[in-house]
Design a protein around this ligand. Structure first.
Ligand code: NAP
Length: 304
């Protein structure tokens, strides 16, 4: 018997906070049938937005997928979509910022599905503000999840990839990493460092068939992006999560002799001059965003 008879568990549609694509004809375009069949992908931050879309796209292309995040219900919904593509999948509920979690997560994924061929580092938190008002603890949290965790996951899977002579590290960065915007730290700085990490991994491993890219999305309609329309951002100035998944899938399916990246910005074609102004306004309202805790607003000058 349910604990509270009048309260229903939310279904997947209620949990699907990212609306479906508004424009027709969007979504990953896979030319070859199941080009990733036999590959194992680990998607860090697979429960919503861009990560969920990438997980679905990889499964549609035939990859086995390990779905990693903290929110169980959201992950279960993504797993249901992935299972619809009849590929092996495993859900791993983990806070990747916890001590030892990256290594344990890779081990659990490999026990369930086999060696990881594709690592997607998508989990991140967005914390913004001026440097003089950034709490050192918040600075460290942002660097830990947005940079240390991708590093720790990458260093765990890289030895096996190097030995097998193939593998991909896909880091989801941000167009914000290229822009010097007011109030964008520490988020934009962590993403700039993630770009450098991606280029370094690519440089050190490409001769062995192991490559790394950083995908730098513009403004994408997800939980993290909040409600851009309320800031006056036009529909055509926004991307869908499926646009990012499409680019990731395209990158992963290039012939081995073709070099792309390591930095791949993905922007909407149409972008009004007002969008960057809106973006700075958004950064000022954001301060801290963490998907599982919701949108949290801090008062300036929090003591350490
Ligand atoms: N939306 C945009 O406009 C935009 C633009 C540029 C770049 N990006 C980047 O795109 C990526 C995905 O963001 P999104 O927009 O799709 O937002 P989102 O829907 O909030 O996705 C964030 C994902 O990270 C996971 N995550 C967060 N903290 C975690 C932790 N400690 N351990 C494990 N998983 C964690 C979340 O899952 P749980 O909460 O369930 O753990 C969720 O699956 C981020 O790297 C972001 O910086 C977004």
């Amino acid at each position: 018997m349910p604990a509270h008879p009048s309260r229903k568990e939310p279904g997947c549609d209620a949990l699907r906070t990212t609306p479906p694509p508004r424009r027709a004809g969007r979504g990953p375009q896979v030319t070859e049938d199941r080009p990733l069949k036999g590959k194992v992908a680990l998607v860090a931050g697979a429960s919503s937005g861009i990560g969920a879309s990438i997980a679905r796209a990889l499964a549609a292309a035939g990859a086995s997928v390990a779905l990693v995040a903290r929110r169980k219900d959201q992950l279960a919904c993504v797993e249901r979509d992935v299972a619809g593509h009849e590929v092996p999948a495993v859900t791993l509920i983990a806070d990747l910022s916890a001590d030892g979690a990256p290594k344990e997560t890779v081990a659990a994924a490999e026990r369930a599905l086999g060696p990881v061929d594709i690592l997607v580092n998508n989990a991140a938190l967005a914390r913004t503000g001026p440097i003089h008002d950034t709490n050192p603890r918040h600075w460290r949290q942002a660097f830990h999840l947005n940079l240390d965790v991708p590093f720790l996951l990458a260093r765990t899977v890289l030895p096996g990839m190097r030995e097998r002579g193939h593998g991909w590290i896909v880091n989801i960065s941000s167009e914000g990493s290229l822009l010097q915007a007011d109030w964008s730290a520490p988020y934009s700085i962590t993403k700039r460092a993630l770009n450098a990490l991606s280029a370094q991994i690519d440089l050190e491993n490409r001769h062995l068939g192991v490559r790394a890219i950083a995908v730098l999305p513009g403004w994408v309609r997800t939980d993290l992006a909040q409600d851009p329309e309320s800031l006056g951002v036009g529909v055509t100035d926004l991307l869908d999560p499926s646009d990012i998944a499409d680019v990731v899938l395209w990158a992963l399916t290039r012939p081995p002799a073709v070099s792309i990246g390591p930095l791949i910005p993905v922007r909407p074609v149409s972008r009004s001059a007002q969008t960057l102004v809106n973006w700075e306004q958004y950064l000022r309202t954001l301060r801290h965003y963490d998907a599982s805790g919701g949108h949290m607003v801090d008062v300036p000058g929090i003591p350490e």
